[in-house]
Structure formats: structure tokens, C-alpha cells
Write a protein that binds this ligand. Sequence first.
Ligand SMILES: [Zn+2]
Length: 693
Amino acid sequence: MSETAANTAQTGANPLLAPWKTPHQTPPFSEIAPEHFMPAFEQAFADHSAEITAVTHDPAAPDFDNTVTALERSGRLLNKVSAVFYDLVSAHSNPAILEIEKEVSLRMARHWNPIMMNAVLFGRIAMLHENRATLGLTGEQMRLLERTYTRFHRAGAGLTEEAKKRMAEINERLAHLGTSFSHHLLGDEQEWSMELAEGDRAGLSDSFIAAARAAAEQRGMAGKAIVTLSRSSVEPFLQSSARRDLRERVYKAFIARGDNGNANDNNAVIGELLALREESAGILGYPTYAAYRLEDSMAKTPDAVRGLLERVWKPARARALTDRDEMQAVIAAEGGNFALAPWDWRYYAEKLRQAKANFDDAAIKPYLSLDHMIEAAFDCATRLFGITFAERKDIPVWHPDVRVWEVRDRDGRHKALFYGDYFARPSKRSGAWMTSLRDQQKLDGEVAPLVINVCNFAKGAEGQPSLLSPDDARTLFHEFGHGLHGMLSNVTYPSLSGTSVFTDFVELPSQLYEHWQERPEVLQKFARHHLTGEPLPEDLLKRFLAARKFNQGFATVEFVSSALVDLEFHTQPAAASRDVRAFEKAELQKIGMPEEIAMRHRPTQFGHIFTGDHYAAGYYSYMWSEVMDADAFGAFEEAGDIFDPATAKRLHDDIYSSGGSVDPEAAYVAFRGREPEPDALLRRRGLLEAPAA
Ligand SMILES: [Zn+2]
């Protein structure tokens, strides 16, 4: 804790400023109210600024400890308050919180600008960096110094005063625009729902209707059943509803989020964001924003990214077009007299899959209850890394649906707390993510992490379990893989902890973990019928695994088109994308996007690249990481055991526990003994083989 004497007067009243007396010093959510945040942020900003001033005014010559380590120690209160605040903003907001977020994002930019562009501070860091070889640093310290120098340099710390002033203005405006973007998207998602009358339910499974009833109840429409714009409502609806007119309505509403010409419209926001990003890249001396972003990544250049995406694009597009023609034939055979439209794709793909692989998602769902899949995710972690999980009911949470588990290591020592917030609700942003309330570090004694997974699964009706689709189950493992990256972290310095790695490396631990979810060894044990407890029948399991490669052309096209458009947004002059819709259309035309498929995230709902800059010019990262994860799982297959202890130990030591303390390429090679072999990705997606006849 870094509370100073100055704030003791307020600490009694503000739980964010008082020491937390909860078990494991977790945030006391039930005591925290929206009005506590601004005063806590004020105090946190003041504390942090004072800590920075102490570093810049230190009369002693700069050394690693009085500069780099001092920076690592600074800002603890700010981290603590921010973590709680942003957890609520994304997972359980309300109008008061969202209003405060507008203020906080602006104040955050105003707070960080003068720190990141502080000439004296940067002078000290640069001098250490210059002499780094002579400082006698450990490997982790060297990496920390390099990362610190790079971070300040890339933020503009070396610019002229005039350029810094403009950068500061741009950063403030970007912070505001990013917040607006996400508020607009949430607004459009909250405002829309479609009621399903008894006659509107043809084709829908019982579990879908149960989830649709639960969704209605959450919105104060008890007794009704609704489709919402959450992905786990939309996708199964499009896949199974026999009502073509309703599919069209839902599809159109889903892809129009943020693009409705109402108060939530994101088109103008995007135009301004891109212009400002371009300007900031120019000030920093880069030809484009993508060039700026990618310099600090594994990929390094836009050309390297484009090369990977184009290599995948061709076989994926070809496969999608073949699938489309087959679906058109199904429509004709059924006597349909219409061309396959985008809202038909999932529906007919599912029919085709049922015909070819004799498998449909609805058949497996009863075997994939949320509880069983959580157990499966935990069990794999126990077998790989020796950690165990025990539920705790005494840890305060932000919503009654949130569950908490204590994680212990092989020797029974406390390792982390894991929070699972799984169900969709109107107060939650769409999507799924991992975050933390506190990161692992051991700079001044062991600090155990508090790791969060948030998903948007449909809740089961009263008394019924939540049943996952295969995609949901995969998402659960994905986010849990990120969670492990945070929980297994074993570094000294906080800024290198867990997921503090390059964006195109960060999806490796998450995507790699998905592989265990679809292994027979795991499914046979945990995929049990939620009513009878029967294990997944052998035959259904076989058909399920065979069906996994189905419709991969579509999934790859959806993804790669989004990644390519992201890259073009940040490579071409911003003036070219002033009309966002026209730009999207032109870019998709250029790559020959099948008309029946939309981007996975159309621009006005592309939160990855527009709510902040984390994935800007970086959406390709999932695929970059996939090259590694597809190849990495091969290490277990080659060992002949997907829980092979020696391979698991290397995976733990080199990937999951090392955080940002080593260079990612070196980390991968240390684990695998060589660079990744790129064809593993195409093979995993079934895109190397000729399309099945
Ligand atoms: Zn991820």
C-alpha cells in the first residue's frame, strides 16, 4: 500500500484508500460506491506524481535502483484503484460509472503525458540504457531497462517541447474517443432485443429458449424470451433458427452496431481516431501508424504481417467459396428459390455439417455444461502445472454470479485467486477477456495475483445449468489460458508480470490452451450429460472432433478480412478512410471478400482496435500467435502424451511463468528448440488438404 499521511483524513470514509482487511487483501466490492472513485483517483495521481518528482529530483547520479526500480515501485495506489475501476467499467457498469469513466480517461491521459514525456526522467533512463552493458544487471533487469527505455522513447520523451505539447493534446483526445467508441457500442447493444413469440421459435433448441428466457428476465421482461446482440445469443440463433426473416433481422442488427446513424454512431469517431493516430506516428518519425506500432512487436513490419495474412487468405477464401456453392446446392435441393445471403450462412453450414459429419452443435451442448468445462480447464492445469483449485465463498465480488477459487501450487502454497464471471448481462461489455485486480511480482516480497476471466455465456434458466456451445467451451479455455499466464507468472518486476508481453505473443498461452479442450482424453472425462451424467458417447465424440475442421474457410475469412482491414486503416493515409463505410467496402472488394460473409468485427464495432490502442494495427496478433500455438502443441504430440511432464515443465518455465522478462522469440525457441513451423496453422485449420468431396 502506498497511502501517504496526507490522506488519512479521508481514508476512513473511502474504502479505496483504506487498507483492505479482506482475505488476501482483495477489493471490498460491497463497500465500494461510484462516488469513491474520483477522490481515490485524485489521491492516486498525487501520490504517483510525488513519487516521480522524487526520482527526477534525486541529487544522486542515476543508477538502476534509484531510477528504474524506483519507477517500478511507483504508482501502486493508482494501479490498485484503476484495476477495480476498469473491472467495473467493463464487467458491471452503470450510468454513474460510465460517466466517471469519461472523466477518468481524460485525467489519466493528463496524468501520464507529463510523466512519459518528462525530459529529466528520460535523461536518466537513457543514460542507464547507454551504459547498460557495464551495470552488472541480471537478465530480467536488462530486459526491464530495455523495455523501460523503449516505452519512454516511443511515447515521445525525446521530442522537442513543441512536439510534446501536440502529442499530449492528441493523447487526451484519443483517450476521449476510445471511451466514446466503447460507450456507443454498449449503448447500441443495450437498446436492442428481439422478442420470440411462441410461433417464432422454429428450429431453436430448448437450451436456446431457456437462455432467451433468462436474458428477458435480466432486462425486466420476465416470462418472455428474447434474442440480444451478445455473440452467444446471435450466433446460435443464426445457426439454428428456421425463420429466414428473423435471421435477417438479427443479422442486420448485429452487424449494424455502432453504424445506425443514431447518437451511438461510431463512424465519425473512427475518422478522427485514425487521423490523430496518423499525426502522432508522423510526429514520432514513422511513415504510418502501423509502422510505429509494429516496430515494437514480434512481426516488426506491416509487410511481415501482410505476408502471413495473405498466405492464409487464399486457401481460406477458396475453401469458403466451395462451401458456399455446396450450401447453395442444399438450398436448391430443398426447393429454395433464393441466393444464399449472409444471414443464411451459419444456418446452412450447420445443415451441411449435419449431413457430412452427421453432427450438430445442439447434440453436444447437453454434455458441455459450464461447471464441467470449468472443471476440465482446472484439471488440465493441475496435470500440466501441478496447481490446484478450491472454491472460496468468502471473497467479495462485484456481482453475485462471480465465483472465486483459490489456487495453490504443488506444495500447497497460496499462488493466486481466480475470479470467474461467466454470464452475459446488460451491464457487461460484449466479448470475453482476462484481466487482473493485482499482478504477480516479488520486488518487495511475494505478491500473489488476483486474476479475472470474464465471458458472456448465456445463463441457464432458473435451476438449470448453463450449457456451452463448442465455441463457448473453446472461449472458456482460451481465457483460462490467459488466466494461467497471469497466475503462473514468476517475475520480480511488476511491469514484466504475466501478460505484459508483445500483443502478437500474448495469444500464445491462451490459444495453446484451447488445444487441450478438444482432446478426447479431456472430453471423455469431463463432457458428461448434465441430466444423466453419462459420458459423451464415443461416436458423438468422433463426429464432434471430425466436425471441428468444418466451416474453417468461413471462420478464417471472417478473421483475416478483419485483420487486413485493420492493417489498411493504419497503413493508408487517414484521409482515405474518412468515409469509413466506403473504405471498408473498397478494401473488402480488393481482397475478393465473398459477399455472403462479413468481417468478424465491422469497423464501427471493432472494439479491439478502437476502444484503445492495444490491438490497433494488431488484430493479426491472434494469427501470429496461432502459428506458434499450432506448432507448440506439436511438442506434446511428439512426446506421445498431452500432459508429458518434461514438456509441461518447459512450457511452464519458458512461456507461462516468464512474463515479459525474456525476449519472446528466445522464449519460444527455448521451449521448442527451434523456430515455429508455419504450416502447422494451415494444417490445424484443415486448409492444407483439398476440400472434402
Ligand atoms: Zn485472447
